[in-house]
Design a protein around this ligand. Sequence first.
Ligand SMILES: C[S@@+](CC[C@H](N)C(=O)[O-])C[C@H]1O[C@@H](n2cnc3c(N)ncnc32)[C@H](O)[C@@H]1O
Length: 248
Amino acid sequence: MSTVSDDPLYRDPSLAQFYDTANRWGPDFDFCMKLAAGANSALDLGCGTGELTAALAATRDVTGVDPAAAMLDIGRARPGGDKVEWIEGDARTVRLGQKYDLIVLTGHAFQVFLTEEDQRAALATIAAHLSPIGRFVFDTRNPGFLGQHDVRHSKVRQLEHVELGAIEASDESHYDETSGILSYENGYRVLSTGERFAGRSKILYTPRDKLAAMISDAGLTVDAWHGDWEGNPFQAQSREIIPVGRLA
Ligand SMILES: C[S@@+](CC[C@H](N)C(=O)[O-])C[C@H]1O[C@@H](n2cnc3c(N)ncnc32)[C@H](O)[C@@H]1O
């Protein structure tokens, strides 16, 4: 089993501090909040800085699991963070002895698992924690969408950090079509001081059919495959692969 918890982008507090600036509340979190209606409990695997986790916890019991202490520290400090049970743990192996009505992995957390073995272990964790009425949802980027674009990608954005002011966020990536691994570097330059922070990481892209087989092998079934967080049906060239399912 590889060690994904060593990822500097999440483990290093000097990089984790930029996560919320670069990743804002979006349609993914809206979708999960709607799906949570009627759920008395929720488990957020790979919860990160916990913006969604804390929102879910306003009206139900919520556990957030992530191996990166720096990310969890941000979650604990946010408004509503005191209502969440935060667990420093690994989604491949964690066993909480509880069942949940909703299990989410957002922000493409499923893609941090770089081997099929790791993906299967994460799916087994979902199956082990779903209540009889429970549902799961996660997102993973569609290799069919990426296949239509350049394998090399570079983007620079100017963003506003709540404490550091204006920052320049850069994202450089390279996709290897054979392995399905995208290697990338995220950099953040604080414009007032010129200080730059950067970290490299990798994520895995998985075709829908392969994912469907693994989900089934885990004892899960999918009620709907979406191709984006607006809820449109999955198509071969959708940007996202988003299964919503439950125990088989
Ligand atoms: C892109 S962030 C997503 C965070 C959050 N779910 C969101 O939507 O903003 C990916 C997260 O996966 C976490 N992660 C990495 N390895 C993990 C593992 N083995 N188990 C659970 N989470 C893991 C990282 O620490 C990071 O917080």
